[in-house]
Design a protein around this ligand. Sequence first.
Ligand code: ATP
Length: 340
Amino acid sequence: MSSSAMPAVEVDHLVKTYSGGRKQPDVRALDDLSFAIPAGTVYGLLGPNGAGKSTTTKICTTLSAATSGSARVSGFDVRGDADAVRQHIGYVSQGTAADPRQTPMENLMMSARLRGISRPDATDRSKALLAQFDLSEAADRKVSKLSGGMRRKLDVALGLVHSPSVLFLDEPTTGLDPEARAEMWAEIRRLAAEKALTVVLTTHYLEEADELADRLVIIDHGRSVIEGTPSELKATLDGDTLSVELLEPDVAAVRRAAESIPALRHVVVEARGTSGRLFARADDPAAIIGRVISAFDSAGIEFGAVSVSRPSLDDVYLHYAGRAYQIDAGTVDNTDKVSA
Ligand SMILES: Nc1ncnc2c1ncn2[C@@H]1O[C@H](COP(=O)(O)OP(=O)(O)OP(=O)(O)O)[C@@H](O)[C@H]1O
């Protein structure tokens, strides 16, 4: 295989089981997960909390060993060639990497020197990264005095100090305010333009994966739900989405009412406590809103807003995982699927 055709990351039938501890069952965090990341792309690992994204990243960055299966990064096996893998990767974990008592410049210099880079080269690289991430003015301020967004940018800069070919970003925008998130998105887009760099972006934000990822894999319960470009994934769904807010929902009654409308397909009814939502696909949902309202009225179903939208990654997740993305599977009281 030529180097240009070689995937930057190959994950092959990964299984990871964590011991559950005393009297607790084991946790199968990864359950036969496979995907391949083309070099020079931004690749999204997308999934809800607990899906197995961090576990995948930890195995690919040699921080954790798989129970079975294999992973290769830049052509090197994470188990057999761990040192070579570490030389080729940058890893920005969920927690901050920078020392808060030091300045950004000191943090970058320390990181570069630890990587064996000479002092003059480390100085040049640190200054270039500070400029790239718009941190030059803050270069000599203590990290503890920087905003959350600036710290996060410094974390990413630290991951790039040795010019890796694959950069793993684990939830880079979690906890950032909207302005700092927008800035981080702009930084990631700039990194994406560097053809020599592959970015593996772990996120539980659907819109982040949609905005930034060239391709993505949706992970759920340690398995790949579906993989492709955001537009390919959306194009697999037929029709548009109808969504109805439910009040005090009786799932069986909602299901019966939905079943009475043949134009509604892939109906999913979710209920949590006193609220819920019906999702369905239809070729022209706007044209059948009237029928939905009269069916619900005659069945005595209380409902709130009715909305229609083009397919989004939320819909892709709903379709392939079988439940809405926002609702944590562990807290759903009653989910009922109807394939019409
Ligand atoms: N060290 C561990 N010991 C036991 N169970 C673990 C450990 N690390 C993760 N898990 C469990 O493995 C599953 C996958 O966790 P993981 O952190 O990989 O998910 P994630 O998709 O990254 O979610 P998050 O965004 O919340 O980090 C979860 O059920 C989690 O509780």
